[in-house]
Design a protein. Structure first.
Length: 123
């Protein structure tokens, strides 16, 4: 379900960007750039009503998909802060605590394999 909402969200973003780029300023209508008279592709009012309505619909879809994706993410409860462990320095009596540098996967020392149990001799 999350994948479907993500795809709809991305498609809506692209269509919204293209639609906004197609719109002209206040004085110039798309009918003027398509050749002229008031009897053009979008009618005598030009493309203003069509573009305004379509932009509003796409903006509403964009907001709905944004909120839906946020709700889906909040339900997963994954965070970078949940993964990290607090660093607690180990102290021994008489010795000051050494500074602890967190180990990353690249710099973590290789763990030694557990020692094999000592062979028992049968007598």
């Amino acid at each position: 379900m999350s994948t479907l909402v993500t795809l709809v969200h991305a498609a809506t973003c692209l269509f919204l960007i293209l639609l906004i780029l197609l719109q002209s300023g206040k004085g110039a209508d798309i009918s003027a750039s398509l050749g002229g008279s008031s009897q053009t592709v979008f009618g005598s009012s030009g493309g203003a009503n069509f573009f305004t309505r379509t932009t509003a619909i796409l903006a509403a879809i964009f907001f709905c998909t944004s909120i839906t994706l946020t709700v889906f993410q909040a339900g997963s409860k994954k965070s970078l802060f949940d993964v990290s462990q607090p660093i607690v320095p180990v102290t021994t009596p008489g010795k000051p605590a050494a500074p602890v540098v967190p180990a990353t996967p690249d710099t973590a020392p290789a763990q030694a394999a557990p020692a094999a149990p000592a062979p028992t001799s049968a007598k």
